[in-house]
Ligand binder design. Structure first.
Ligand SMILES: Cc1cc2nc3c(=O)[nH]c(=O)nc-3n(C[C@H](O)[C@H](O)[C@H](O)COP(=O)(O)O)c2cc1C
Length: 206
């Protein structure tokens, strides 16, 4: 049974919807999933500058625990999801990763499967770069990075080989499309399949 941590940040719900789809795919493939939402690092006044942010954060924080070191230690696979922020992952998710030094120095992240997904407001606003950027800490951790590639027909339609992504078109807050969600579900399934294969060959990740 592959254990999957889906650790994400989301303010408007787009990345959250992808996180749910990744989780659905992982469960469908026989995985056990923990969904966790990183917590705010900006102050309440900043959150209040955009209508809906404070309320959405409250709603999501009631649904999802914050990711913790114990979740990471538990997981065979860690799937990171973040809105694109000036082309990079959100500081909220990065703050979570920055708390993993203790596990990293003990080598306890090495050999876990890693994968990434994102949401951006514009089509070429950095979503592919953001998914690649989330691979960087995974490399430091010694994780086995698993992109969806074009390993399923749905990926030819979604066209996001580095990781699922959705475009929210800013203030219109467009939800992920059916293709975006199908790609995210496939990504969840693939992560479980690879984690299970690695678990059957522990020497491969030692
Ligand atoms: C500080 C900040 C920086 C952002 N930078 C980008 C960006 O570089 N490219 C982009 O397309 N969207 C950018 N966005 C928009 C978000 O990526 C977009 O709204 C995303 O869909 C939000 O995901 P969420 O609904 O999960 O919060 C930025 C938003 C904020 C608040």
């Amino acid at each position: 049974m592959a254990k999957v941590l889906v650790a994400f940040y989301s303010r408007d719900g787009s990345t959250e919807a992808l996180a749910q789809a990744v989780s659905e795919g992982a469960v469908e493939a026989g995985g056990t999933v923990r969904m966790r939402r990183a917590r705010e690092v900006v102050d309440a006044a900043t959150m209040a500058t955009v209508p809906g942010w404070t309320e959405a954060a409250g709603r999501m924080n009631a649904l999802y625990e914050a990711p913790g070191v114990e979740d990471v230690a538990w997981a065979d696979a860690i799937v990171l999801g973040s809105p694109t922020r000036f082309g990079l992952l959100a500081s909220e998710l990065k703050a979570f990763l920055d708390g993993l030094g203790g596990l990293w120095v003990q080598g306890k992240l090495a050999g876990k499967v890693g994968s990434a997904f994102t949401s951006s407001s514009s089509v070429h606003g950095g979503n592919e770069i953001n998914n690649l950027t989330m691979f960087v800490p995974m490399a430091h951790f010694g994780m086995i990075i698993v992109p969806p590639g074009y390993a399923d027909p749905v990926m030819f339609r979604a066209g996001t080989p580095y990781g699922a992504s959705a475009v929210s078109y800013g203030a219109s807050k467009a939800p992920p499309t059916e293709q975006d969600l199908a790609a995210a579900q496939f990504q969840g399934r693939r992560v479980v399949q690879v984690a299970r294969a690695l678990a059957a060959q522990p020497a491969a990740t030692a």
